[in-house]
Design a protein around this ligand. Structure first.
Ligand code: ARG
Length: 563
């Protein structure tokens, strides 16, 4: 129920629209006076009356009903108290009928949202720095689909560039097939790191030649390149599966090899291309930015050139409503430049491109990525977290069945949630202990709350108690707070999409779990005074489980039945 809209619909004053009323309604920090409030100060000028008088007149004309229980003017505010019973009826029946669809909507109307995320680099480590883009993108992908958009997940692979020449050169000098086959991505990465540490001038020149061979379609060079790519993708797929990440397209940088020339020509035709020291650039000085490099003096294309081609290709292929780039804030300038160049090319859709920037993730006890091979592999972080989760679970619940399966959900969930809980632009320091704290603002806490609801519902089922469709009593404050939280879920999902901010859903999970636990501790469920009250509380418990499960699922986090 959208209470703001409901209240606004029933307010009337000459010169103020329903929409203006709706916008003005707030949730007071202290809900003891009311659940919603309308500050009347901003209408004083339009209505030419003091706020207190406006509040009184609005109150007099407002008919309370089964939804809004009471209306009271206090010092220029109009306070509304909603009927908790009406709320309970509305929310519970909605959750019970919509189940796994609760919180979804068709507001997207099938409009396409391209989401460029994870975008791994072939033959390079998939490290902790890729965590945020992968899980933020994955969450946005699910959230937009949940809201009726058609999300297209794109892994814009980093599979283009001189590093592949280096890799081939390193392989030719130091590698052999069996070792690479056996060592997989780590062996490939070792070769690359060794090249960066030990390559001679000659090998550097050789690497450039190999890169040219790849470019020119040389069979052997391309076969090696494809092999390295295959090894990388097989490796990252395993991690994607653990993180519940999927893609619709793996069109990476290399895919645009033959799509850049037309872009260069178009830039030329539109008079946007300038020469600078032999290179081709688009001058962005009038916009306060350094020039966007399009072709190097040797004619080679750049990262930006491929992004220009990719944006145009995506528009032509998907006719997107929005195209999101979930990429670290270090690339702010890059995307500003690319978007500006597209705008200058007259692409009116350039306004629909959004750089969803996020901050850095580092480990409490570890270093960040460097080119010299001192990297924290994401897989190691995940595995370590799962192992720690398993230890904690064994201690807390020695008789737990499917321990490995539960530990996987808890450990992976903790890594994902750690990256999603804070406002995405913040830098975060990941700590295993904090992420696995059962009493913290963590996924484990939320998962544990779900397990608790399952255990209550299981006991009720075992005792043959039915709760569906039971009569609803007047809710107590703890029940009312939980009900309001449950009612807020659809809003939380919409807001997270609007702001490209999955943390809104993550915070919602913790907040709602806290409200449930307060209810659980203060109100007896199975031992409730009457059968009617017990049934109502069981309905609340089940509705909490459904809502939290939907929320965690949107984030890509599994929900163990028992913990
Ligand atoms: N592979 C790039 C990197 O690791 C990220 C690519 C982001 N997407 C894009 N269209 N530029 O930095």
């Amino acid at each position: 129920m959208d209470y703001r809209a409901y209240i606004a619909e029933r307010l009337s004053a000459e010169g103020v629209t329903k929409e203006e009323f709706k916008e003005a309604i707030v949730v007071p920090p202290d809900t003891s006076l009311g659940d919603y409030a309308l500050p009347c100060f901003k209408f004083a000028r339009t209505l030419r009356k003091p706020p207190a008088k406006i509040a009184e007149e609005l109150a007099a004309r407002f008919g309370a009903d089964g939804v809004i229980e009471s209306v009271a003017p206090v010092n220029g505010y109009l306070n509304f108290r909603i009927s908790k019973k009406g709320l309970a009826e509305e929310v519970l029946s909605r959750i019970e009928s919509e189940k796994s669809k609760y919180g979804s909507s068709d507001m997207g109307g099938g409009k396409v949202i391209c989401i460029d995320y994870s975008s791994v680099n072939i033959a390079k480590p998939f490290h902790i720095g890729h965590l945020s883009t992968t899980v933020l993108g994955g969450a946005l992908y699910r959230i937009f689909n949940f809201l009726g958009y058609k999300a297209v997940g794109i892994n814009h692979l980093g599979d283009y560039g001189t590093q592949f020449g280096k890799l081939i050169s390193a392989y030719k000098h130091w590698g052999n097939r069996e070792e690479v086959q056996k060592g997989g991505i780590h062996a490939v990465n070792d070769l690359y790191v060794r090249f960066n540490n030990e390559a001679t001038e000659e090998m550097e020149a050789e690497a450039r030649d190999y890169f040219r061979l790849i470019e020119n379609g040389d069979e052997e060079a391309n076969a090696l390149f494809d092999w390295f790519k295959e090894i990388t993708l097989a490796y990252v797929e395993k991690i994607y599966r653990r993180l519940r990440i999927t893609f619709d397209s793996y069109a990476g940088e290399r895919f645009y090899t033959d799509k850049m020339q037309p872009v260069v020509e178009e830039l030329e035709e539109k008079g946007l291309l300038a020469e600078s020291q032999g290179a081709k650039i688009v001058d962005l000085e009038p916009y306060g930015m350094p020039p966007c490099l399009i072709l190097r003096s040797d004619g080679a294309s750049l990262y930006a050139t491929r992004d220009l081609a990719a944006a145009i290709y995506r528009k032509n292929t998907y006719d997107f409503y929005k195209c999101l780039y979930v990429v670290a804030y270090q690339q702010n300038l890059h995307f500003k430049q690319v978007f500006k160049v597209l705008e200058l090319m007259g692409k009116e859709w350039a306004k629909d491109l959004v750089h969803v920037a996020y901050g850095m993730v580092s480990l409490e006890d570890g270093a960040m990525a460097t080119r010299k091979g001192n990297v924290v592999w994401l897989e190691d972080v995940i595995s370590r977290c799962v192992e720690k989760a398993k230890n904690i679970l064994s201690e807390k619940n020695p008789s737990l069945e499917n321990k490995d399966e539960v530990a996987e959900k808890v450990g992976v969930g903790a890594v994902v949630f750690g990256a999603l809980y804070n406002n995405k632009i913040k830098d975060i320091v990941f700590s295993y202990d904090k992420a696995l704290n059962f009493d913290g603002e963590t996924s484990v806490y939320v998962q544990y709350t779900c397990a608790r609801t399952n255990s209550v519902l299981g006991k009720a089922r075992e005792s043959g108690i039915a709760w569906m469709g039971s009569e609803i009593p007047e809710p107590c404050p703890q029940e009312a707070e939980l009900l309001k939280a449950l009612a807020d879920f659809p809003d939380a999902v919409r807001n997270s999409a609007k702001n490209y901010e999955p943390s809104i859903v993550a915070r919602y999970c913790v907040d709602t779990a806290q409200k449930f636990n307060k209810f659980y501790i203060d109100c007896k469920i199975m031992q409730a005074e009457t059968a009617q009250l017990r049934a109502f509380r069981l309905r609340l418990t089940e509705a909490t489980l459904i809502t939290l499960t939907n929320a965690l699922t949107l984030l890509g986090i599994g929900v163990p039945e028992k913990m």
